[in-house]
Design a binder for this molecule. Sequence first.
Ligand SMILES: Cc1cc2nc3c(=O)[nH]c(=O)nc-3n(C[C@H](O)[C@H](O)[C@H](O)COP(=O)(O)O)c2cc1C
Length: 189
Amino acid sequence: MNKVKKGPQTWLYPMPILLIGATVKGKPNFMAAAWANIANSEPPMVSVAIRRTRYTHGGLNVGDGFSVNVPSTSQAREVDFCGIESGSRMDKVERCGFTIFYGENKSAPLIQECPLNLECVVEQLVELGTHSLVIAHIKETHISESCMTGDDLDMSKMDPLIYLTSPARQYAQVGAIVAEAFKVGLKLK
Ligand SMILES: Cc1cc2nc3c(=O)[nH]c(=O)nc-3n(C[C@H](O)[C@H](O)[C@H](O)COP(=O)(O)O)c2cc1C
């Protein structure tokens, strides 16, 4: 297959799209973030790249509680709004009609309408060019009961929104299952 060089791009497909919640100036605020990932298993940790100019950045100091909320496809409009409007100008919680709840950490606002919420505490900020890589401990996981089958999270009920970065710049739904992970590869062993 022939290849075309495109220079260094921030392209990974697909990306999650998340609502990062923090308390800024005493009020809950949420921003969309796609540059996020699980960073460690023991202890469970997450990383998310937040540009230093974001209003939310002000609520992400070492030791601060914050939240990672996984939205479903029905929330695309609210997610996008939280990615194009700033809490420095308006109350996004009110405009989006989010119902806020708190777990142990009262500085980590969580969105009731999102099927999955991670309660986190900032461990470290790694300053890169434009962004701070926020590395955090996951302290608790909240799942909407309606998105469970038995005791487990049911991905199909959760219906998570995913993000297709440039040049598409679109939101999408998880597609068909094509194979069983940690199993299909055994055939090549
Ligand atoms: C699809 C999408 C993905 C985004 N991903 C990130 C991201 O990973 N990191 C970041 O700093 N900003 C990201 N943004 C931009 C912020 O969400 C946006 O600047 C937002 O208005 C910041 O809100 P705030 O000023 O209230 O913090 C993204 C925006 C969209 C629409």
